[in-house]
Design a protein. Structure first.
Ligand SMILES: [Zn+2]
Ligand SMILES: [Zn+2]
Length: 419
């Protein structure tokens, strides 16, 4: 009888060595990111910094016809953009106009212009500074606000390195790894739950999503630690979560329920203190305490501009309606001829939009009325829910590991690989 040993050996080799190579890795998943700028974009200059880029001029607005043979020509045109070569894209009446280097502008307008296959490309929307991108770029016309729309597609690990660099707050590897694992989980949560499905992307670079302006500001430590934490995510009861985090809590963390009205068992209220009697983990943050002073008239202008809707709805004053146990204002009453209640976090966003993002850093503040001015003393920066990033840095300084940091800020969660 023939031995079956070689067969089993083969099977064992496949199971142990080959098959893990086929396992899907979330870090390789492609993400489509909508890259917004403050102002509408009507003009872009692109230059290949590295590698040859294939440029596809897709979907001409007018159908291209070969007059002699009287037949429709191919709908897309493709060309190569070599290193140092540049092209211009301009918003036109019906789509996008395109011009390569010193060539005359193409007489056609296109609905979509795609760049792919190269290594690194610079994109400038004057007067903004150039941004550097990898992966695939797709330019279309945004009909709503007369602007060029840019979508960048790149693998999760590259997006992660870029966003982690933009949000970088610590040089301590254990804290940076905790941040990267939370960020990877957040990005996957957005994608898995199709929160941006309507716009045809997975995520955008506005405040409610993540900071992303290409890979030009990437830093060495996040780049390396993305690899060291490859495919690691935070789960609760085997489900991927939306881990919330913020700059500085100011000593006390609030639950997601009290700030957002959403009950999440891993976003609890707790002191940002590892062991009773110790100092707050984020005490070294520049935003641990803050103070600003504004003129009384500025506050009136803010209220009337931010909340006015017709003369009978002119609001002239505000006061906290509810303050939670961690001293955060969770709802606000604004009054004039009539009054209305709004959430503390919405009120904070309006304050920051009007006075600047570094003015009222959190909803944890008190007002003192002076003769002409109003003085606000506050603690922390951000919503105060989930991981306090400066606190994570403080814990890492005290010798805590990535897992200990994550377990502290997201109790009950588990770090798993590939979800
Ligand atoms: Zn978004
Ligand atoms: Zn803190």
């Amino acid at each position: 009888m023939k031995s079956k040993l070689p067969y089993y050996l083969l099977l064992l080799t496949f199971t142990l060595i080959i098959s893990p190579l086929f396992a899907a890795s979330c870090d390789d998943e492609l993400f489509k990111v909508l890259v917004n700028l403050e102002q509408p974009k009507t003009f872009a200059r692109l230059q290949s910094y590295s590698g040859n880029w294939t440029v596809i001029l897709a979907d001409p607005v007018e159908k291209l016809r070969d007059k002699e043979q009287n037949k429709e020509l191919s709908r897309s045109v493709s060309m190569t953009l070599g290193e140092t070569q540049d092209v211009l894209i301009t918003l036109s009446q019906k789509g996008l106009a395109f011009r390569a280097g010193n060539m005359p502008e193409s007489p056609f307008e296109y609905k979509r212009i795609i760049f792919k296959g190269g290594d690194l490309i610079s994109v400038t929307f004057p007067p903004s500074a150039p941004m550097l991108f990898e992966g695939e770029l797709s330019f279309t016309k945004d009909a709503d606000n007369f602007s060029i729309r840019l979508i960048n597609q790149l693998p999760l690990n590259r997006l992660l390195a870029a966003v982690a660099s933009q949000e970088a707050f610590s040089n301590n590897s254990q804290a940076v790894k905790a941040h990267i694992i939370a960020l990877r989980t957040k990005l996957l949560y957005f994608k898995r739950n199709s929160l941006h499905k309507a716009e045809g992307v997975d995520i955008c670079n506005q405040r409610h999503c993540v900071k992303y302006q290409g890979i030009g500001s990437n830093k060495t430590l996040p780049e390396i630690l993305v690899k060291h934490t490859a495919n690691k995510v935070l789960t609760y009861k085997n489900q991927i979560i939306l881990p919330r985090y913020h700059h500085t809590c100011g000593g006390k963390i609030s639950s997601s329920e009290s700030v957002y009205g959403i009950k999440e068992p891993y976003h609890i209220a707790q002191a940002d203190v590892y062991r009773h009697g110790e100092a707050e983990n984020c005490m070294h943050s520049p935003s641990f305490r803050w103070l600003i002073e504004i003129n009384k008239s500025e506050l009136e202008t803010f209220l009337s501009l931010s909340y006015a809707s017709g003369a009978s709805y002119l609001y002239t004053s505000w006061k906290p309606e509810q303050i939670n146990n961690e001293e955060r204002i969770t709802s606000v009453k604004i009054s004039g001829k009539s009054s209305k209640i709004i959430s503390g976090i919405e009120f904070l966003k309006k304050l920051q939009k009007f006075f600047g993002s570094k003015s009222f850093k959190s909803a944890r503040f008190k007002e003192e009325v002076m003769s002409r001015t109003l003085q606000y003393t506050g603690k922390g920066e951000g919503d105060g829910v989930g991981m306090c990033l400066y606190g994570a840095d403080g814990l890492a300084k005290k010798g805590k590991t990535t897992i200990e940091i994550l377990n502290f800020y997201y109790p009950g969660t588990e770090v798993k690989t590939n979800y």
